[in-house]
Ligand binder design. Sequence first.
Ligand SMILES: Cc1ncc(COP(=O)(O)O)c(C=O)c1O
Length: 406
Amino acid sequence: MPDVHYRFSPAFQAPTGSAIRELFKYLSLPGMISFAGGYPPPEFFDREGLRLAAERAFAEAPLDCLQYGATEGLPVLREQLAGLMLRRGASVCADDIVVTTGSQQGLDLLIRVLLEPGQSVLVERPTYPAALQALRMAGAQVLSAATDAEGLDTDALAAQLAALPRGQVRLLYCVPTFANPTGACLPLARRLQVLALAARHDLLIIEDDPYGALRFSGAEVPSLLALSREVEGSVGRVMHLASLSKVLAPGLRVGWMVAPAAVRQRCLIAKQTVDLCTSPWAQRIAAHYLASGALQQALPVLAAGYREKCQRMLAGLEPLESLLSVSPPAGGMFIWARCRAGIDAQTLFNAAVAENLVFVPGAPFHPDQPDPSSLRLSFAAPSLEQIDRGVERLRRAFERCGIVPN
Ligand SMILES: Cc1ncc(COP(=O)(O)O)c(C=O)c1O
């Protein structure tokens, strides 16, 4: 090999990869139980329904499956997605929607279109690490907003915004419904307050909502997008991202964005430089699946399944109460926990790996002010039996650290 000196763009001179993806190397170890990823479990995939949808999609329009498609997505799928949004309380039409290659792409497109390097963006503390990665690569100045068990602390946010020079913060990125990593769901009154703050301080909001359809207790709360019609000055400020990854299959890589026309048009141009279009084949499969009504039937079953898993994990963690404080979620895939025993989550993680268990230590979720005691446990992928065994391994990991529950 010749000795080539590669010159990288500033964002890639010393990039840091996703700390969660780093955990993948442990997952293939024999006997490992994972409380790490927010992955649907194998038994929740509707293989037969998806096989049928794939068969029908190809039989009906083989050339459309095989050919490039429009950058904004196939009209048949956008119609179906508008129907899904309507069922969750947001009145949008197919034209308001851009199909994206996972909601992650939607986030990346919005960041490119809306942000200049050096501009400030507010995120929840803690937040989704891949959003932090995307924001930092775009050169954003990431500021964190405090959260509590219900999500964004809106009084603190109001004070924070009031103290900053007007116009300094352009964007708020948040996961208000069953957040990653905390599982918190922002109550209605706080949602209205966030929208009012956006109007008062001229902010745009990216509402990332891959988990919203996975509610397993409590009453539905409308999305920020749906509520923006009710709060003066907030229409047009919410860019909403959603996905089929958590409710159907992440392997499809089908997500979508709802945004005002001026933003959408620019995201389309950005998308043309990334992938030209989301796989038309995958889109047709998704459209057939949604048109069959199978997702509507599956959602209550999925929610009940996640409720059972979540309750099982919470029940297993109860005897560890003196070691670990947990925040029970009303939906989604995650339980956020804090070690009480003065032990940091990374030390506990190292002991857990020795017991054949992985979870995610909380550090990568913190844009700043890391809480070393925090950790994220996902109940989504393991079976009930693995949850029981994993919790027992967690207890043994504490023991390895010299700590026993009292
Ligand atoms: C908050 C959040 N946003 C976006 C994504 C990306 O999802 P998708 O598979 O739709 O790209 C995830 C995946 O874990 C997530 O947790």
